[in-house]
Design a protein around this ligand. Structure first.
Ligand code: NDP
Ligand code: 8X3
Length: 248
């Protein structure tokens, strides 16, 4: 099950897992994109795909979606908690309360809602793997990144906490913490300003969604007694949130 599969890292994960013969539950709000991806993956790779359209911020919607799973679809082997976003890049004294609420509701509460509903299915089967998309922003902070960074620090903490809580049940828990990945992330952050978004990745080679999907697949495909607790992965040109060779 991959949340946020309509774009970027989630979509790339859907493709690589499909190429490796995994049946998929893919989720997101944009039904048209989910339908298109579903059809593509089914045709190209002969796997089964179940698209589920819901807003991860709305617990009732999430509950109905997960509650609708029947038969083998309840046997979720891998949950990729990927849906997430940043909104704005403003100092703490000027940030938008709406943006802050959306980031916290999506990146923290949405991830919790899904995990609360899917982890019992894994606990029951004493098997599973939860892969949480953190960020370098969950390890460090950067100017004007305040609430996005805080939300990803929360993911870092939740990843460690899940690892401990799910230890008795043979469930693996992994966080992937990427640096800059060129997806729709910056278009969303800058609210559709494509020029501004493009500039973020100018002058260096950013990671691609496929780079992250490959890494996630690597973690998932390891033997079941091997758990990568967390992995930070950066473009070669970016040491951390401060040091980029494009900045001299
Ligand atoms: P994209 O914007 O390309 O994709 C984000 C995905 O999240 C979309 O599929 C979107 O689907 C989904 N999503 C967002 N809000 C909601 C919501 N309320 N309900 C359901 N789904 C939602 O960004 P990325 O692929 O780059 O981001 C994926 C994850 O990786 C995020 O958690 C991000 O924080 C993290 N990350 C990204 C980095 C980067 O530089 N790109 C670096 C480090 C981490 P839809 O709009 O259809 O609902
Ligand atoms: C996305 C990476 O550095 O733009 O999580 O916050 S960064």
């Amino acid at each position: 099950m991959i949340t946020g599969a309509t774009s970027g890292i989630g979509e790339a994960c859907a493709t690589i897992f499909a190429q490796n013969n995994c049946n998929l539950i893919i989720t997101g709000r944009r039904a048209d994109r989910l339908q298109k991806l579903s059809a593509q993956l089914t045709t190209n790779y002969g796997i089964k795909v179940l698209p589920l359209v819901f807003d991860i911020r709305n617990y009732d919607e999430v509950k109905i979606a997960i509650g609708s799973l029947e038969g083998e679809w309840k046997n979720i082997d891998i949950l990729i908690n990927n849906a997430g976003l940043s909104l704005g890049l403003d100092p703490i004294d000027k940030g938008s309360i709406d943006d802050w609420n959306t980031m916290i509701d999506t990146n923290v509460k949405g991830l919790l809602y899904i995990s609360r509903l899917v982890s019992p299915l894994m606990v029951e089967r004493k098997q599973g793997h939860i892969i949480n998309l953190g960020s370098i922003a969950g390890k460090e902070t950067y100017a004007n990144g305040n609430v996005y960074c805080a939300s990803k620090h929360a993911v870092d903490a939740l990843n460690k906490a899940m690892r401990i809580d799910l230890l008795p049940y043979n469930i693996r828990v992994t966080a992937i913490h990427p640096g800059a990945v060129e997806t729709e992330f910056s278009i969303v952050r800058f609210k559709g300003d494509e020029e501004k978004a493009k500039n973020v990745y100018k002058g260096f080679e950013a990671l691609s969604a496929n780079d992250i999907a490959d890494t996630i697949y690597y973690c998932a495909a390891l033997p079941s007694h091997v758990n990568i607790n967390e992995l930070t992965i950066m473009p070669t040109a970016q040491a951390n949130t401060v040091y980029w060779n494009k900045r001299g």
